[in-house]
Design a protein around this ligand. Structure first.
Ligand SMILES: Cc1cc2nc3c(=O)[nH]c(=O)nc-3n(C[C@H](O)[C@H](O)[C@H](O)COP(=O)(O)OP(=O)(O)OC[C@H]3O[C@@H](n4cnc5c(N)ncnc54)[C@H](O)[C@@H]3O)c2cc1C
Ligand SMILES: NC(=O)c1ccc[n+]([C@@H]2O[C@H](COP(=O)([O-])OP(=O)(O)OC[C@H]3O[C@@H](n4cnc5c(N)ncnc54)[C@H](O)[C@@H]3O)[C@@H](O)[C@H]2O)c1
Length: 516
């Protein structure tokens, strides 16, 4: 197939690392296979969800015929435009911040920390290229999967078209993901703006950067760019950042942003943008007052739009809308029972691990549930997530407000990191572990951890929830001293003391001790 009829790869500059990446995930000399006469499964979109469906089904070695179609870069957002590049840039920014904030540790940093932005981005491109072999076209092909590079669309209820090749299927899976929503702000398109699709192609640091949107993308990247030396203004339409998170957690991160000198414009409405000789001028309203800021670049992180266009979903009876994506039931089945969906195209949980977990359900529900027997539900998953600001916010299960709205009687155990020895030795006391329990029991309903590496220890709580163990079980687990994960153990100990040490048990213990 001539490369010209594939979607243009989004990565720039075309240096050695990006060429190495493309050679893996969009090889220019790739020749699509001759389609099989009938596929058990045709998977549209080779991001996390699509890769996991295809590899999982092929890995069973049952001789299933599987086709995987990708219009752009295999690996999807996570590898090239999302998790991997953002976490690389965030890590460089943490190093810069650690150097700048070294004085309290007795280490005196130089008068100015010299940040080589181009080298930061080059490191990211190198690591991204190093990781890319996991998602490569050759690798998936070697697993017996027919890999097609090209844009897919349904032709009819049995057939998918990829640039003229017709793939007949028994079952199909839509895993086409989502892209950055473009806010409808007059002048923004003409002035030009970055999204996650273009920001990782920068080679020069924007001196003045406006970030639109105070969700995970906006917050992670605003802090990172600020630490890397951009003068960042974060514009958010609501009253505080990360407004879907636990309010105490979000407020702690917001305080840190203010301490670090990020310019936060909250409760603000963007009116228009114009490009002038001095930069891009953003006109906004805040508390009824009109104001402007002038910046060199604008980064938009204002939510996601599902990739539903051009798939011809109407022709195959798959309901969708352009805001929420493909409609699925709890078994990830679309309104056409032979077509399933997974990942950002259909789910509220827009995370790589959520796409992965949903893909595993699709394999089971689409291929191994005759007459619908033995299917698994998306709603049965316990889904954690982490926002990689510094400190990080890690969460699993219910928030306090959600539990209240469900009418549950709850109590919260709160351990500040100022009580955790390792957080003190590390100088990382800004944070807490909050565990939400059903009142009168040790059943964990949810947890939020705010800490520099909160994401590294939320899984202990998730494990307890998945295996239906309560805080009592965690109280029995010996946690090495000193670790920050001891915060969880301290929460368990606090529960134990509160639940078991009452005047009666104390009296009985005293008695037992007397005769021991
Ligand atoms: C900046 C950023 C940072 C992120 N950080 C994290 C993080 O730290 N942790 C985390 O868990 N999540 C993170 N995410 C979210 C994560 O990237 C997504 O949830 C995940 O990639 C979703 O996977 P998916 O397979 O559903 O979709 P995608 O990764 O979007 O893959 C869909 C694929 O389908 C292809 N496609 C679309 N239409 C067609 C078509 N018609 N024919 C053929 N192919 C098609 C696309 O080209 C794409 O490759 C981040 C996202 C962004 C933007
Ligand atoms: N660490 C992670 O797991 C991670 C990191 C990044 C992204 N993601 C995923 O990607 C998805 C998208 O992230 P996101 O941050 O773009 O979306 P989001 O919807 O979570 O947050 C965007 C925020 O921008 C605000 N906003 C929208 N339009 C605005 C405007 N015109 N002016 C000012 N503010 C505006 C919204 O009110 C919202 O709070 C998330 O759902 C998340 O699941 C995950």
């Amino acid at each position: 197939m001539p490369p010209s009829i594939r979607e243009a790869p989004a990565v720039q500059p075309l240096n050695e690392f990006n060429q190495a990446l493309l050679a893996q995930v969009h090889p220019i000399d790739w020749v699509n296979p001759e389609p099989a006469s009938l596929y058990d499964l045709v998977v549209i979109g080779a991001g996390t969800a699509g890769l996991v469906v295809a590899a999982g089904a092929a890995g069973l070695k049952l001789g299933l015929k599987i086709a995987l179609i990708e219009k752009s870069l295999m690996g999807g957002d996570c590898l090239t435009l999302g998790c991997v590049p953002s976490k690389c840039v965030i890590q460089s920014s943490r190093v810069a911040a650690t150097m700048r904030d070294a004085a309290p540790f007795g280490i005196h940093p130089p008068a100015s920390v010299n940040i080589d932005f181009a080298a930061v981005m080059q490191r990211m491109r190198r690591i991204r290229a190093e990781i890319s072999h996991h998602d490569s076209a050759k690798e998936f092909s070697s697993q017996g999967i027919d890999v097609f590079l090209g844009k897919a669309a349904f032709l009819d209820r049995q057939t998918v078209d990829v640039n003229g090749s017709h793939l007949r299927f028994k079952k199909a899976v839509i895993t086409t993901g989502a892209r950055a929503s473009h806010p409808n702000i007059p002048g923004l398109s003409d002035a030009g703006f970055l999204t996650n699709e273009t920001v990782f192609s920068l080679t020069d640091r924007p001196a003045r950067l406006a970030v639109i949107g105070g969700g995970p993308i906006g917050c992670e990247l605003a802090q990172a760019f600020h630490r890397l030396g951009s003068d960042v203004t974060l514009l958010h339409k609501n009253g505080h950042l990360l407004d879907r998170e636990d309010p105490d957690a979000a407020s702690l991160v917001q305080q840190r942003f203010l301490q670090e000198g990020l310019n936060l414009l909250l409760d603000c409405t963007l009116e228009r943008v114009e490009k002038t000789d001095v930069g891009k001028v953003i006109h906004y309203q805040q508390q009824g007052k009109a104001n402007t800021i002038v910046v060199d670049e604008i980064l938009v992180g204002a939510g996601r739009s599902p990739n539903v266009e051009g798939l011809n979903l109407g022709a195959v009876g798959v309901k969708y809308d352009s805001q929420h994506g493909v409609e699925v039931n709890d078994y990830l089945q679309t309104t056409n029972p032979r077509i399933f969906a997974a990942g950002d195209i259909c789910m509220q949980w827009k995370f790589t691990h959520a796409a992965d977990a949903a893909a595993r359900l699709v394999i089971k529900n689409a291929l191994f549930a005759p007459l619908g027997l033995g299917r698994s539900k998306l709603s049965s998953l316990v889904m954690p997530w982490v926002t990689y600001t510094d400190p990080e916010i890690a969460h699993v299960g219910l928030y306090e407000a959600e539990a209240q709205a469900k009418g549950l009687d709850t109590e919260t155990i709160h351990i500040p990191f100022s009580d955790v020895d390792r957080a003190l030795t590390d100088g990382e006391t800004d944070g807490f572990a909050k565990i939400l329990l059903r009142r009168g029991s040790d059943q964990i309903l949810g947890a939020t951890i705010v800490a520099r590496h909160a994401g590294e220890f939320i899984s202990e709580v998730t494990l307890a929830m998945v295996t239906k163990k309560g805080l009592k079980a965690i109280a029995q687990v010996i946690h090495p001293y000193p670790t920050q994960a001891e915060a969880i153990k301290k929460a368990a100990d606090a529960y134990y003391r509160q639940a078991f040490l009452n005047p009666t048990t104390q009296f009985l213990l005293k008695l037992v001790a007397k005769f021991s």
